[in-house]
Design a protein around this ligand. Structure first.
Ligand code: NAP
Length: 273
């Protein structure tokens, strides 16, 4: 048992996660007793670990790749947002010792896409957990949606969960023509992964290019966006946007609005590079 509120980010691997940097900075600035760490859990142990959280005395965990679906299944209560997305990025221990699963990724996506023109054609690249959250955002709007993924079956399975009409394509260059919003929700472009750097000159002049990857911060996709004169949004905007409600749920206080959290994260990224 801990004598101060304790939470962590759980994943496999998890060393790259910037969540502890962000949460500890907010804890210090808000003057709240508590601590936040990282925990690497192999998939075979994830469910047992999540169910043990009340006994461990933790306030909860943020959940990252590849545990978001197991997290949902391990919970006693599931919020509508997590249910709709089919994955949880936040587990909190309730007062009765039960576990609540929530998904704040969609809040992060909304924050990142504050300047999105929601009636323009959107191209979503990816069909994993992050793409599910993005699709949940897109499906609330009246817009054309094209889903592009390496594995077509996975794209079809994801589209089938969504009430909106979705076009599926494996030809990214063709899908990008006339797009007003492009979202990368794959791990392509991450340090150590193959690059994603399509020609974006055929997208709309005002198109918004959003890459969920934040290490490196300026991915091949965003470089292509800048070169084509498009508006670009990096993955830190979503990371910060999803972390704000997580912090409040885990530590019972809102993160201070005036903390220059992006600067803190940029410094941490510089140290990781
Ligand atoms: P995931 O469920 O494992 O899905 C991975 C996706 O990437 C799938 O669509 C997969 O395609 C695709 N992919 C992986 N390797 C590929 C390759 N070599 N070529 C083509 N496609 C490839 O992961 P996730 O949870 O959705 O996360 C996806 C990315 O979003 C990660 O980089 C993660 O860090 C980022 N993310 C960022 C934030 C943030 O706050 N900024 C939040 C959540 C996630 P297949 O279906 O064909 O395998």
């Amino acid at each position: 048992m801990r004598d101060v509120p304790f939470a962590a980010v759980a994943g496999f691997p998890v060393n790259h996660s910037l969540s502890p940097v962000m949460m500890r900075r907010w804890l210090a600035d808000v003057g709240c007793p508590g601590d936040y760490g990282r925990v690497e859990i192999a998939p075979s142990h994830a469910e047992r670990f999540f169910k043990a959280l009340p006994e461990l005395g933790w306030t909860g965990v943020n959940v990252t790749v590849p545990h978001k679906e197991i997290a949902l299944q391990s919970a006693d209560h599931v919020t509508d947002a997590a249910k709709a997305i089919g994955a949880a990025n936040l587990l909190t221990v309730m007062s009765a010792g039960a576990l609540k699963a929530d998904n704040t990724d969609i809040i992060g996506i909304k924050a990142a896409l504050a300047e999105d023109k929601t009636d323009t054609p959107a191209v979503l690249i990816g069909a994993g957990g992050a793409a599910r959250a993005a699709l949940s955002y897109l499906a609330r709007q009246d817009r054309q949606i094209t889903l592009v993924n390496r594995t077509r079956d996975r794209a079809e399975a994801l589209a089938a969960t969504c009430p909106a009409s979705i076009r599926i394509s494996t030809d990214l260059d063709e899908a990008l023509m006339g797009a007003g919003l492009v979202i990368n929700a794959t791990s392509l472009g991450m340090t150590g992964q193959p690059s994603l750097a399509p020609d974006l000159s055929k997208t709309q002049d005002e198109a918004l290019i959003f890459d969920m990857v934040y290490a490196p911060l300026e991915t091949g996709l965003l470089k292509q966006g800048a070169q084509a004169g498009r508006r670009c949004v990096d993955g830190l905007e979503m990371l910060i946007g999803q972390a704000r409600p997580s912090f409040e749920a885990l530590f019972g206080a809102a993160p201070p609005a005036d903390t220059p959290i992006k600067t803190t994260l940029l410094e941490a990224l510089g140290q990781q590079a």
